[in-house]
Design a protein around this ligand. Structure first.
Ligand code: SF4
Length: 315
């Protein structure tokens, strides 16, 4: 049955979700490639330079062979931004069915690792789909009738941590927590730097965890927060992370972090919840916009953190 004009069809949502998921697994977005190339160009340690060269070579081969860029394809997830006046065939239930089907099909077709299992029985459905899997997060945008689908393949085990600070801990407390997190996972070989650091600052515990992951995965490298104080801290955190000297894959080098992004949320007056997420060397993300007329456009920048998404006042 044909869908009405201006309604985004379920079949199109499926096709775009499938393609975005596939692209995310295979191709490093342009901003990530540029950041790796910059790290390679400025690296002074021979071993780290060699490994960064291999990271770049791996990125090229993955595209040429149409294969996932890392054997561990993490946990595929979607971020969906919906225009306030967008109309979806079958509504959000149909959208979620399409996203889940796309994950199952991409897992089969390009051999994503079937990482999702039942947490107690370890039963593996073999398609990365199960209870609350894949994750789907939403945001909305005024004056828009389009649908943005961003696929991210993010590991789900290591590199992410949470700490409740007191206001008196200040910026030093945030820096200390970041260093502890980098050291804790880095020294045990449980992360693959260079990483993009995402920091969620404030809000509630669950909010800052979510923001840290979004900050790590959904902002392009080089992007800076509009708040000047937050922006300045982002620069400081990149420098701090790189002064640890862990370097690419922990071999010792100049670049441990490609970038650091901080997202803030207004929080309880008595505390400062902080979360850190790390987007690893397998920098995997793809975004597409589906217009109300059915046109599809892929791009590198998810444009997830819009002024509306970060809004401060009632409006
Ligand atoms: S941390 Fe990233 S690069 Fe390392 S194995 Fe996991 S997915 Fe691959």
């Amino acid at each position: 049955m044909a869908v009405s004009a201006g309604v985004i069809s379920q079949e199109l949502v499926y096709r775009v979700a499938y393609e975005a998921n596939k692209r995310a697994a295979i191709a490093v977005p342009k901003d990530g490639l540029a950041a790796f190339e910059k790290a390679f160009a400025r690296e002074t340690k021979p071993l780290a330079r060699f490994v960064l060269g291999q990271v770049l070579e791996n990125a090229k081969l993955a595209v040429a062979d149409e294969r996932p860029m890392c054997g561990d394809t993490g946990l595929p997830r979607y971020y969906v931004k919906v225009g306030n006046t967008a109309r979806l065939e079958g509504g959000f239930v149909a959208l979620e069915r399409s996203l889940r089907q796309a994950v199952a099909d991409v897992t089969h077709d390009i051999q994503l690792r079937a990482n999702r299992v039942h947490p107690l029985t370890r039963r593996n459905p073999g398609n990365n789909v199960g209870v609350f899997a894949p994750n789907v997060d939403y945001s909305f945008e005024p004056d828009a009738d389009w649908l943005d689908i961003t696929a991210v393949h993010k590991g789900g085990l290591f590199g992410t941590d949470y700490r409740m600070l007191f206001p008196a801990d200040g910026v030093d407390g945030i820096k200390r927590f970041l260093l502890d997190t980098l050291a804790e996972f880095g020294r045990r070989g449980l992360s693959c730097p260079p990483v993009v650091i995402g920091v969620g600052l404030g809000g509630t515990k669950d909010q800052c965890m979510r923001l840290s992951k979004e900050a790590a995965c959904l902002r392009v490298t080089g992007d800076r927060h509009p708040d000047p104080e937050v922006r300045a801290l982002e620069d400081e955190l990149v420098e701090l992370a790189n002064r640890t000297g862990f370097g690419v894959m922990g071999v010792g080098g100049d670049t441990t972090a490609l970038d650091a992004h901080i997202e803030i949320a207004y929080t309880h007056t008595g505390g400062v919840p902080v979360a850190v997420s790390q987007f690893c060397t397998a920098y995997r993300r793809a975004t597409a916009r589906v217009s109300a007329g059915g046109e599809v456009e892929f791009r590198d920048d998810p444009v997830w953190f819009t002024p509306y998404y970060r809004r401060e006042g009632i409006g």
